[in-house]
Design a protein around this ligand. Structure first.
Ligand SMILES: C[S@@+](CC[C@H](N)C(=O)[O-])C[C@H]1O[C@@H](n2cnc3c(N)ncnc32)[C@H](O)[C@@H]1O
Length: 260
């Protein structure tokens, strides 16, 4: 018995398939909020309106993976291309079929390993800007030292997780929560400091709490939305202009192009 597409979207009715309102709260889509995403219903509509049967679909500008994930629920094999390595991993982490118990066990291993790891974050993030970690520059920094140290412990422990699908999932979920425990908020395409950030210092436990709660929610999504009608997928990491010829024949291509 497959989980229907409507179970994933909550069977919501939207005023227009051109609006992304509410879509970032849908399971999987909240792993990392992506403003430019379109609603899953847009994909379902495009496939239903296609004059030929759709078995394979290409999204050359994958973003957060809306097209690919919707295709799995709709029984269509998705091929996705994405040039941003983090987003390519985000897409793949949503499409992989997991055993939720194994994921939970592996995550417990990661936490145990991180608890035993001490890393100087300034030695790990040598290529970051000088404002990345406290003490930063001119009294400004993005991550408090304790948060950066805890993040460095997780990042250093990750390679010890043997299952690469689990490693990718943990990296993606961790990447999805770090802005929440930083001193900045995302504002448009840039960042700005939170009001009163200097007086609301965080220790490493803030990252533990955010990471564990996001993992709990992700494992819940995995449990509730498996199996899907199709679990196969292809994610091509790189530039669509070069990779489209290797995507193979498809019945439809559904995408929103990057803004210049
Ligand atoms: C508007 S977003 C796509 C959003 C997507 N429809 C969704 O629902 O999440 C465009 C994406 O194209 C990617 N991109 C831009 N230029 C690219 C290229 N030459 N090849 C592959 N991906 C590219 C960007 O990194 C971005 O993630």
């Amino acid at each position: 018995m497959f989980v229907p597409f409507e179970a994933w979207t909550g069977g919501r009715s939207i005023s227009s398939i051109g609006t992304n309102a509410g879509a970032p709260d849908i399971p999987f889509q909240n792993w990392r909020r992506f403003k430019e995403a379109f609603p899953p219903e847009f994909v379902a509509h495009a496939i239903s309106q296609c004059p030929r049967p759709v078995k394979r679909c290409l999204d050359p500008f994958g973003g957060s993976g809306t097209t690919a994930l919707a295709c799995q629920f709709l029984g269509v094999h998705p091929t996705t291309i994405e040039v941003n390595p983090f987003l390519a991993d985000l897409i793949e982490s949503k499409l992989v079929r997991y055993d939720a118990t194994d994921v939970a066990r592996s995550f417990a291993d990661l936490v145990r390993l991180a608890n035993r790891t001490r890393v100087n974050p300034s030695k790990l993030y040598t290529s970051g800007p000088e404002t990345l970690i406290e003490p930063g520059v001119n009294g400004r920094w993005i991550f408090d030292w304790e948060i950066a140290a805890r993040l460095a412990a997780y990042v250093s422990a990750l390679p010890k997780i043997t299952n690469r699908n689990h490693r990718r999932l943990f990296r993606v979920i961790l990447g999805g929560v770090i802005v929440d425990v930083s001193n900045v908020i995302v504002s448009g395409k840039g960042r700005r400091y939170r009001r009163n950030w200097i007086n609301t210092r965080k220790d490493g436990s803030a990252l533990d709490t955010a990471f564990c709660s996001a993992m709990e929610s992700a494992i819940g999504d995995i449990v509730r939305f498996t199996p899907r009608r199709v679990h196969s997928f292809s994610v091509l990491h790189g530039n669509a202009l070069q990779l489209i010829p290797s995507a193979g024949p498809v019945d439809i291509s559904i995408f929103s192009p990057p803004s210049c």
